[in-house]
Design a protein around this ligand. Structure first.
Ligand SMILES: NC(=O)C1=CN([C@@H]2O[C@H](COP(=O)(O)OP(=O)(O)OC[C@H]3O[C@@H](n4cnc5c(N)ncnc54)[C@H](O)[C@@H]3O)[C@@H](O)[C@H]2O)[C@@H](O)CC1
Ligand SMILES: Nc1ncnc2c1ncn2[C@@H]1O[C@H](COP(=O)(O)OP(=O)(O)O)[C@@H](O)[C@H]1O
Length: 680
């Protein structure tokens, strides 16, 4: 077996995921040269299976293993692996879930003494029963579930990259009985899922069956794995939420794909990536050249967000922080950060909206912070007029967070960064889709004045202003694009709205349990609630967003043009061409104010951004540093996403230290150390 020996290649493999079609293209030259990829895959699966059982102090001859084998090559991998395990003395039963089995794999398995249980009455597998009654088919299904439940190890080789849409038919019935239906495994972020003493363990071959391979969704029944052995390169489901949470530890087999010139579908941020976004001080630097961040954050009601964004921005390698906001918040900012400068002036980036009420909050119409933000954001509105658009592109980068999200103009340039959590993303998409459908729901809403009023009353806020790269004060033009915010938007929303929309990805009325269903129902990563201009938008909920985060982030980018950062245990950043993820944070980071810290940090990195790095790369680096700072502060080795092990390179120690709870302020204090670690 060929393994990576080059450090750069290894780094690339461990932090890149490629779409199924890209993998097929990369496999092709190797297959054409006769490289025995399936044997290599099977060998790794067998080796890992034996290792998992060994970790439980089980010798192979004392174990019972159930292989769930599909009709495709994924089933072939499983059959060859099962044959090797049977040869070593394990009692292995292959459950044929389709109408055929990979011919050579099946032959090898039979030669090794394995048993086969066929579930589909229409199956034509040599030497196996077929044509049995529907009643017997039901009994066989029950027998398979019972056998698998009582086994030590299930090897899930029902589907790999050849899956189309939601798992259907017999594979779906098995996954429902043995696994989960769309939910993420409910478990604490503790070590030990692999060695819980609970059987059966589950080893997924290439991908857990039922996951959305390219979009990382969990659209229906699937079998969560303790370990996934994946071939050639990671697929997006190995790194994207929520599928990554159902994949367990990832083991990557390097087939020697030529990856040098292939752009990954998803990149995972690591130290090297993040270090590029940190501007090292220069010998002739002054405070202005190191980056000045302007903040329009915090409010009468949530003044703490002003403090958190200001302290985070100040700690993240900037020359200066300017703060604009109500007197109460100003006083708190100065008390916590005497270095802060109040009032307007030149800035290299803006952060707006953290701790600012959203449009549907009581008194939002009169809120001066909202008025300031609305006036600022109008400078970023693209309207197709070259002079207006050029001016928008010339504006400094701006982070639009929390309560400012409903003030985002319809179309903006990519240096506008939005940073919603799931609930805020749902509200944003509802507003955007409604606007697109022409329903203009908010025009009829009493809240509509929240936006229009901001324009009218802008001069009232005489303590504020900005001159970023722009020379103007607050400009009252272009008020026509605002649509206020939907009723669901709340800047401090907990994102727990009830689920009213589901995103089916296949026609479930067309069961296909046969040897080849790949043409039956197209997969999609576009939520079904996307609307055409003629139909009203269905309401997105926070649950929809956590179920289809990539699709939602892409949709938000597509509709607005903004760079999108969608927060979560694995944070996703998308721009026009790229998807980045960061899973560096321990779950201790899910604490009030952590998002405010992130907004300040993103603003800080944007203020020091140079031309060599894109806005999305900078933003993704900030998410990574935020997670690293949380890891340092909580002394935790737990992370939203763990790097895979490269097969043949030994097993990395899994995280051992759970750490302790933190508050947002602890994360801020750890930012300098996180930066030092990244640039070291
Ligand atoms: N191409 C190659 O040379 C290699 C492929 N490998 C394996 O081959 C896999 C891809 O093989 P295939 O292209 O044959 O596809 P798969 O074996 O992943 O999937 C095809 C099978 O799944 C069934 N299926 C598809 N969608 C379904 C759904 N929604 N519900 C229920 N059943 C469904 C199909 O009917 C078919 O039986 C990879 O994931 C990997 O495991 C490895 O052997 C390495 C080398
Ligand atoms: N389970 C988790 N594991 C790691 N990080 C998480 C998890 N859940 C949330 N986070 C991170 O915590 C932060 C919470 O931000 P947010 O929801 O905006 O909080 P707030 O509005 O209170 O500031 C985000 O950066 C998010 O990515």
């Amino acid at each position: 077996m060929e393994y990576a020996d080059d450090a750069d290649r290894r780094e690339l493999l461990l932090h890149s995921a490629y779409a199924a079609e890209q993998v097929r293209v990369m496999e092709r030259p190797l297959l054409d040269r006769g490289v025995p990829l399936m044997r290599m895959a099977a060998q790794a699966v067998a080796h890992t299976a034996a290792g998992m059982l060994d970790d439980e102090d089980l010798a192979l001859e004392d174990t019972s293993i159930v292989l769930l084998a599909g009709a495709g090559d994924n089933g072939g991998d499983g059959l060859f692996a099962a044959a090797a395990l049977a040869q070593e003395g394990a009692a292995v039963t292959a459950v044929a879930v389709g109408r055929t089995l990979h011919e050579e794999g099946f032959a090898a398995f039979v030669r090794a003494g394995g048993k086969v249980l066929v579930l589909d009455p229409e199956a034509g597998i040599p030497g196996c029963a077929s044509g049995f009654s529907a009643g017997e088919a039901g009994e066989r299904l029950q027998a398979a579930v019972s056998l698998a439940s009582k086994s030590h190890l299930i090897i899930d080789a029902m589907t790999g990259i050849g899956i189309h849409g939601v798992l259907r038919g017999i594979p779906a019935a098995l996954a429902s009985a043995l696994g989960l239906d769309g939910e993420v495994p409910d478990e604490s972020a503790l070590p030990g899922r692999e060695s819980s003493g609970d059987f059966p363990l589950v080893l997924a071959v290439d991908t857990p069956s039922g996951v959305g391979v390219d979009d990382g969704s969990l659209p229906g029944p699937y079998l969560p794995a303790n370990v996934t052995v994946t071939f050639g390169a990671m697929k997006p489901c190995a790194v994207l939420p929520p599928a990554t949470f159902g994949s367990g530890r990832i083991e990557l087999v390097d087939f020697g794909f030529d990856i040098d010139d292939v752009e990954p579908a998803v990149e995972v941020v690591d130290n090297t990536f993040a270090s590029d976004a940190v501007r090292l001080p220069h010998v002739d630097d002054g405070k202005y050249s190191r980056g000045v961040v302007g903040l329009v954050t915090g409010s009468q009601r949530y003044p703490g967000a002003a403090v958190l964004t200001a302290r985070a921005a100040a700690r993240a390698n900037t020359g200066m922080v300017r703060y604009l906001g109500p007197e109460r918040a100003q006083n708190m900012v100065l008390a916590a950060l005497p270095e802060a400068v109040l009032g307007k002036g030149h800035v290299q980036s803006w952060v707006v909206g953290s701790g600012v009420p959203s449009g549907d909050a009581d008194g939002a119409d009169a809120d001066l912070q909202r008025q300031t933000i609305a006036a600022l954001l109008r400078h970023y509105a693209l309207d197709g007029e070259p002079a207006v658009d050029d001016a928008a592109y010339d504006m400094p980068p701006v982070v639009v967070d929390a309560g400012a999200l409903d003030l985002l103009p319809d179309r903006v340039p990519g240096q506008v960064v939005i940073t919603p959590h799931a609930g805020e993303m749902a509200a944003l998409l509802n507003r955007l889709e409604a606007g697109r459908a022409g329903t203009r729901a908010d025009d009829a809403s009493p809240k509509a004045g929240g936006y229009a009023g901001a324009a009218d009353a802008e001069d009232a806020h005489d303590t504020v202003g900005f001159d970023g790269n722009a020379d103007s004060g607050i400009d009252s033009a272009s008020t026509g694009t605002g649509t206020g915010s939907p009723e669901t938007a709340e800047s401090k929303s907990d994102g727990t709205e009830s689920n009213t929309v589901s995103f089916p990805t296949a026609d479930e009325s067309e069961p296909d349990v046969t040897g080849d269903s790949r043409a039956a129902s197209p997969a999609t990563d576009t939520p079904s609630s996307s609307v055409t201009p003629d139909e009203p938008a269905a309401a997105f909920t926070a649950r929809d967003v956590t179920a289809y985060p990539l699709a939602c982030a892409r949709r938000a980018h597509e509709l607005t043009g903004a760079t999108v950062l969608l927060k979560g245990a694995v944070t996703i950043v998308v721009d026009e061409d790229h998807t980045y993820v960061s899973g560096s944070a321990p779950a201790w980071l899910a604490t009030a104010g952590a998002g405010d810290v992130l907004a300040g940090l993103v603003g800080a990195l944007l203020a020091q951004q140079d031309d060599e790095i894109t806005t999305a790369e900078t933003v993704a680096a900030a998410a990574y540093l935020h997670g690293m700072a949380a890891a340092i502060a909580s002394e935790s080795e737990q992370q939203g996403w763990q790097e895979p092990d490269l097969v043949g390179h030994g097993r990395r120690q899994r995280f051992m230290t759970l750490g302790h709870p933190i508050v947002a302020g602890d994360v801020i204090r750890a930012i300098p150390e996180a930066i030092a670690d990244v640039v070291a």
